[in-house]
Design a protein around this ligand. Sequence first.
Ligand SMILES: [Zn+2]
Length: 329
Amino acid sequence: MGKNKQALCTICCRETDDLIIASIRGEFDTYDVFFCRGCNVGITAPVPSHGDLKKLYAIGGYREKTGKRFIPFVEYFILLFRHMRKNRIKKHIKTGRILDIGCGRGLFLNVMKDDGWQVAGVEFDEDAASSAASYYGIEVISGEPHTWNFVPASFDVITLNHVLEHIPDPKGLVAACNRLLKAGGLLVIAVPDLGGTQAQVGKINWFHLDVPYHLYHFTNKGISSLLRAASFNIVGKRHFDLEYSLFGWLQTLLNITGIKKNMFYEMLKAPRRWKTALAGASKKDILLTALLVPLYTLVSMVFSLFESYASEAGGVVEVFALKAGDDTK
Ligand SMILES: [Zn+2]
């Protein structure tokens, strides 16, 4: 049993006592995940206070201020993945004005800008917003949706890449996206899939559970109904993502093995973080990581491909949805 009795689902405004993952130790507290059967989403309880959330993003290195976040080898692939995301969007909309919500250091928006798009970003953390703005020279604002001063119906595309699960009011944010998109505009949302095989196998060890950073844990069904309820038509879905699915499996398998939780992920960040990553790790943790990473990488490739194509239940789900009422084309 976890220590929390229930959680409030802000999507349907109902309490749920359906505990699915108990006693996850995290920053500030021990957390539980409850499931709302009406909305098909998991909910983290307790919800960290506004002040604690601010602290989480400041101390966790979740959003690096400027420059590189990972070691160069990893950075190369991250840039490649951003180009692949651009190409997926261009299958639906060739060019126009794009808003990236939770744009972090602005790497993806910079790729879009170089491709001729008009770009704007939102980053909830003020420091990250101003540094992304000055680093790439792009418009990035911060703050909650009600303070954004974007003109309604002014964007062709809005992207939320692994952002919605961090938001206390996901329904409100999806509604805000609907207001800001032109009719027929494209909303692209990627979230970890709580209903996927990776989550089911990993449970408390699942890399993408990431409590308390993740306040909501969407399923394929849950994200789809949230979008339909907000007047979006779903036009595409992906269950495989080279970046998130594969690494999700790899780190989940390492966690299940009993190696210090997320140690390998922390090591892939800048070398100056290695001290933090290796703090409290035993020689066995380091040896096992070195031995198992090559083997688990192969296993992860097979698992990722199998789960996404055979069962449509990958580690993540990316949904492409058009704002209903297409009167522009
Ligand atoms: Zn609900």
